[in-house]
Design a protein around this ligand. Structure first.
Ligand SMILES: Cc1cc2nc3c(=O)[nH]c(=O)nc-3n(C[C@H](O)[C@H](O)[C@H](O)COP(=O)(O)O)c2cc1C
Length: 333
């Protein structure tokens, strides 16, 4: 008994003398914990109503984006359109709900069919029949307007925040004959700098890419700008400075802080009447290294996203991307 007590006391003393977990070990622990959670609950390895809804939303968005492209190619997206038809059917069968992802998907397909009919393009008969057979849904009012002139689109640039927030939309169509002066982008960055950041460490850094060849080379490494990227006049690469982080616990914080800056920047670009679209940076290491080399991004910065910028054309269409009701976003505890 006495030996046991002595051993326990010694063990405690020895443990106290050991260095605290190294930052490297903390990073490993965090990566393990969060990677496990990600794998357990995301759509990567699970199929739930929520992951099905997210996939349906994504698929509808792909088709809706196609409808908003500057040079919409008639008959585009054949595979995706067929997949969307099938997924809508499966969603209703499996989940029995005509919720927003379902209603939006139906509306997008009906619009797809209507646009092709208007322009006299014969879609495959089975596709057309399947779309026509979809029940008419209560279309969200967000879809009331998808075509804009510049004046209409930027009408809320000085409006009160609720209107401005609702009016900001991604634009995937630019007039390449109208340049965006760097000073206007700098003004938007000035406005965006009011974004909060943890302990006010302000990690966001924006690289303004101005040369055509460099813009094209960067966009060639990004997977979401097909059909419109080539029309943008400037490209922003938004990064986070890793040197502002000094604890392994803050691993995700860089992206949280830069993400908030990006949102502010998006509102500021809208306020400055600059058409723009945030572009993902879901990059594999090789892709990331290539972009750093192409754009001259310092090693201590992590790329968070790109933003294509340009003047909006005289008439253009946007992807409406309707939102859920507020209840979707909150839980009162
Ligand atoms: C992190 C992030 C990555 C995005 N990546 C892309 C992209 O690669 N290509 C694209 O066309 N749109 C992209 N978007 C724009 C979204 O599709 C758009 O914000 C969403 O559909 C909501 O529409 P709205 O911005 O018009 O309100 C991205 C947006 C965010 C926030």
């Amino acid at each position: 008994m006495i030996f046991k007590r002595i051993a326990a006391a010694l063990q405690w003393r020895i443990r106290a003398l050991l260095p605290k977990k190294t930052q490297r070990a903390l990073l490993r622990d965090n990566a393990k914990y969060y990677a496990k959670r990600f794998y357990q609950y995301s759509g990567v390895a699970n199929k739930t109503r929520e992951t099905d809804a997210a996939y349906l939303t994504w698929l509808g968005h792909v088709v809706e984006k196609g409808l908003a492209m500057p040079d919409m190619r008639l008959g585009f997206g054949g595979e995706r359109v067929r997949e969307l038809i099938g997924r809508l059917d499966a969603y209703l069968t499996n989940h029995g709900e005509r919720d927003l992802p379902y209603i939006a998907g139906v509306h997008i397909l009906k619009t797809y069919a209507a646009v092709h009919r208007e322009r006299g393009f014969a879609l495959d008969a089975d596709v057309l029949a399947a779309i026509d057979a979809l029940p008419d849904a209560d279309v969200p009012s967000a879809y009331d307007k998808a075509d804009y002139t510049p004046g209409e689109f930027f009408a809320a640039k000085d409006a009160a925040f609720p209107e401005l927030a609702a009016a900001r939309k991604s634009v995937r169509n630019y007039d390449p004959t109208k340049p965006i002066e760097v000073e206007r982008l700098v003004r938007a960055i000035e406005i965006a700098s009011s974004a909060p950041s943890a302990c006010n460490r302000q990690p966001a850094r924006v690289h303004i890419i101005t040369r055509r060849e460099q813009i094209d080379a960067c966009l060639a490494l990004q997977n979401g700008n097909r059909g419109f990227g080539h029309l943008c006049d400037k490209l922003l690469i938004v990064c986070g400075d890793l040197r502002t982080i000094y604890d392994a616990h803050e691993f995700f914080d860089l992206n949280t802080n830069v993400g908030m800056f990006i949102m502010n920047l998006s509102y500021a670009l809208y306020h400055e009447e600059i058409g723009h679209c945030i572009l993902n940076w879901y990059a594999k290491p090789e892709q990331d290294k290539k972009l750093r080399e192409t754009a001259g991004i310092p090693e201590h910065e992590n790329v968070v996203c790109m933003i294509s910028c340009g003047a909006v054309p005289d008439r253009f269409r946007i992807a409406v991307s309707p939102r859920y009701e507020a209840e979707h976003f909150y839980v009162v505890h």
